[in-house]
Design a protein around this ligand. Structure first.
Ligand SMILES: C[S@@+](CC[C@H](N)C(=O)[O-])C[C@H]1O[C@@H](n2cnc3c(N)ncnc32)[C@H](O)[C@@H]1O
Length: 316
């Protein structure tokens, strides 16, 4: 059965039991289908072989201030829906993994939850502390794959746009499960390859400025997380039950798309290597193309950017 935009796009186990990776889903209609769409949209559950720049803590620390200024306002758009699906409310104990500069943490605190924020980047955690109104929440530097927390110690563990960077997604989500009490919930947010217009437009802009530029393919384990059934499969393989993957569309508004594009390498360890690959001059030219593409592909309300939120329950 194909799922619609408002329903989960993958649900495991299905009524007939776990059925494998063949869960059907439909992509939402989009008003702009960029030719430069990221091509590598398939993958399989597994682990990556070599650490990339965005899989090490120091580049995130170096970019923490820029991330807080430029990007958390966009990732934060998806936090409310994720926290609602996870049932976070007054008194819920929440572990925020790969918390970054703290949008999810702050929103959970505002709901009355008790939150511990973790990230492998000390700089991100410093920025998180600095941005907290009132007393900063408890926070601790730790790798998402080796959480220094007691087994079954929280009601909810959430990682928005963090597991997409880890070298071993199944091992990491298994750690998220271990930290969560039986009956508790685990949530993982990723970008949906088919609807990640931001990523597609960035690549297309660079390709227009630097013909012949091609982005290296994503490692299969990372590519899998960008697909509903790959994300569901990862959560199931991590020992979670009642797994559902929900699409979340948000409309992004840019005050100055060209300035936004030019600033990206200063805070994004993912984008920085693109500058080296394309050439700095070409990257500056690409900023004009990016602004034009954003204008072309946005509605009056903004640029649609789709994420996936995978939710699973820890078996009792
Ligand atoms: C795109 S940011 C997301 C931050 C935040 N969750 C949000 O929604 O804005 C990715 C974060 O993952 C963190 N990160 C990447 N790999 C990690 C790992 N193996 N362990 C812990 N944190 C990691 C980075 O330091 C960065 O803060």
């Amino acid at each position: 059965m194909a799922a619609s935009w408002s329903q989960p796009v993958a649900r495991w186990p299905s009524r007939g039991g776990v059925t494998g990776a063949g869960v059907e889903f439909t992509s939402p209609a989009t008003d702009c289908t960029p030719a430069g769409r990221v091509a590598e949209t398939t993958g399989s559950v597994g682990a990556v072989s070599e650490l990339a720049r965005d899989q090490r803590p120091q580049p995130w620390t170096d970019g923490a201030a820029g991330y807080a200024a430029q990007f958390e306002r966009y990732t934060g758009l998806y936090a409310d829906a994720a926290l609602a699906r996870l049932g976070v409310g007054p008194g819920t104990t929440v572990l925020d993994v790969a918390a970054g500069t703290g949008m999810v943490t702050r929103k959970a605190l505002a709901l009355g939850a008790h939150v511990v924020a973790t990230d492998f980047s000390e700089g991100m955690l410093r920025a998180l502390g600095a941005s907290s109104a009132g007393a900063a929440p408890p926070r601790a530097a730790m790798d998402a794959g080796r959480l220094a927390v007691a087994t079954g110690s929280v009601d909810v563990t959430v990682s928005m746009f963090g597991v997409i960077f880890v070298p071993d997604p199944v091992g990491t989500v298994s750690e998220l499960r271990r930290a969560t009490r039986p009956g508790g919930a685990v949530g993982v947010g990723t970008w949906w390859a088919e609807g990640n217009h931001l990523g597609a437009l960035v690549i297309q802009a660079v390709q227009r400025a630097a013909p012949g530029f091609s982005r290296p393919p994503l490692e299969p384990a990372r590519a899998a997380l960008a697909q509903p059934d790959g994300l569901a499969e990862t959560l199931v393989a991590s020992g979670l039950a009642e797994v559902e993957v929900h699409p979340e569309r948000q409309l992004w508004r840019f005050d100055d798309p060209e300035a936004y594009f030019l600033a990206m390498p200063s805070w994004s360890p993912t984008i920085e290597p693109l500058v080296a690959a394309a050439g700095p001059e070409q990257f500056r030219t690409a900023a004009h193309h990016f602004a034009a593409l954003v204008a072309e592909c946005s509605s009056a309300d903004g640029l649609p950017v789709d994420a996936l939120v995978g939710i699973g329950r820890v078996p009792a």
